[in-house]
Design a protein around this ligand. Structure first.
Ligand code: FES
Length: 83
């Protein structure tokens, strides 16, 4: 939720994560798999809006990509590669 991410649609991406996971910022899903946190600038403004899942960085995330990102982790095929 830093300025660059916010200006480039970070709020809509966050809303989509909330909708898909059924939780608010600061909460964890009932199965314990996902927690949602909100941060300020992570120093990758050129990739805004940025999403971090564990140590993996997703750049230029659109709301349409949110379900795909979540599915990566639900299916248990976590890609440990970091950007
Ligand atoms: S504002 Fe999002 S990485 Fe800088």
């Amino acid at each position: 939720m830093g300025t660059a991410c916010y200006v480039r649609g970070g709020e809509k991406v966050l809303q989509e994560f909330k909708r898909h996971l059924g939780i608010e910022v600061g909460q964890t899903t009932a199965d314990g798999k996902f927690s949602l946190s909100c941060l300020r600038c992570v120093g990758a403004c050129g990739l805004a809006p940025v999403v971090l899942v564990g140590e993996k960085v997703y750049g230029r995330v659109s709301p349409q990509q949110v379900s795909k990102i979540i599915a990566e982790y639900q299916e248990g095929c976590v890609n440990a590669e970091t950007v």
